[in-house]
Design a protein. Structure first.
Length: 279
């Protein structure tokens, strides 16, 4: 009995210890960035990264707005994010609808291709993707990242399939008897019922797009097409990096995604739980 209690207590201790370590790994770098954003360059060079700022000056944030067009970056980011999320949700839901409701010859092959695409590192196919974007004539335009982000992935297919599986096929059959087409069934019956999954996936996708720097920086090098994430490169040079200004810019870039997550986090958890539970 005592050994069982000891093992249970040891398990709780290890559990909370692991959570504490994960918390430190996440929040300690964030605190360093916050402290650096309110320090001057000399203070940052002479003080510890973990020391509190002396004056808590907002000068670095003012410099960020002077050096970069954050408003333009915000508008470009919002344009790409909203367009990509809408197209991505429609494509993902339609793909899951076809895979769940129809039996056809290459159904298993399509599933396999989604699995392979999720396993293969993206950067190994970058040359082929870059050549495709160039050949389409959309390089250095807002359409380049839009085409890349709009594609669906395995996680979307899985969550949508879980939702569609819970929707009775009798609804489809009744609608077909009333003369509705498959597109009408999807548009008027299934897609509205999948809104919890759509909201969850849209939020996750939007956060990923807003935080991504690689694709916008590679496919939209023009300053007129800069996004919130690529604006950070303004403070990174070949000879020097302005860490205090860069930290302030990082905080400004993080704010939209943090606010989005705090406001809509209940939809994320609700959608994931609903998608994981089958009746």
């Amino acid at each position: 009995m005592e050994s069982t209690v000891f093992i249970a207590n040891l398990g709780k201790i290890l559990y909370y210890l692991l959570l504490s370590i994960i918390t430190l790994i996440i929040f300690v770098p964030l605190l360093v960035v916050v402290f650096a954003a309110f320090k001057s360059a000399p203070e940052l060079a002479s003080s510890s990264p973990f020391s509190l700022p002396i004056s808590w000056s907002f000068k670095n944030f003012i410099v960020v707005f002077e050096k970069t067009n954050m408003l333009l970056g915000f508008l470009n980011s919002i344009s790409i994010t909203v367009s990509s999320v809408v197209i991505n949700a429609i494509l993902g839901a339609m793909t899951a609808f076809v895979l769940n409701r129809f039996n056809f010859r290459f159904k298993k092959t399509i599933f396999l291709l989604f699995i392979v695409a999720s396993v293969v590192p993206t950067y190994t196919t970058e040359v082929a993707r870059f050549q495709t974007i160039k050949s389409l004539g959309v390089y250095n335009t807002l359409f380049a990242p839009l085409i890349i982000y709009a594609g669906t992935d395995l996680m979307q297919i899985f969550i949508y399939l879980q939702f569609i599986e819970k929707i009775s096929k009798q609804l489809d059959e009744s609608a077909l008897l009333d003369g509705a087409s498959y597109f009408r069934i999807f548009r008027s019956i299934l897609f509205p019922l999948m809104l919890p999954a759509t909201a969850t996936l849209a939020i996750i996708k939007a956060v990923d797009i807003m935080n991504d720097m690689y694709i916008p920086y590679l496919y939209m090098p023009s300053k007129k097409l800069s996004t919130l994430s690529t604006a950070l490169m303004t403070f990174v040079g070949e000879r020097a990096t302005y860490w205090n200004e860069l930290s302030a810019a990082i905080i400004l870039v993080m704010l939209p995604t943090i606010l989005m997550y705090l406001i809509l986090r209940k939809f994320i958890f609700a959608g994931l739980m609903d998608g994981a539970m089958k009746e």
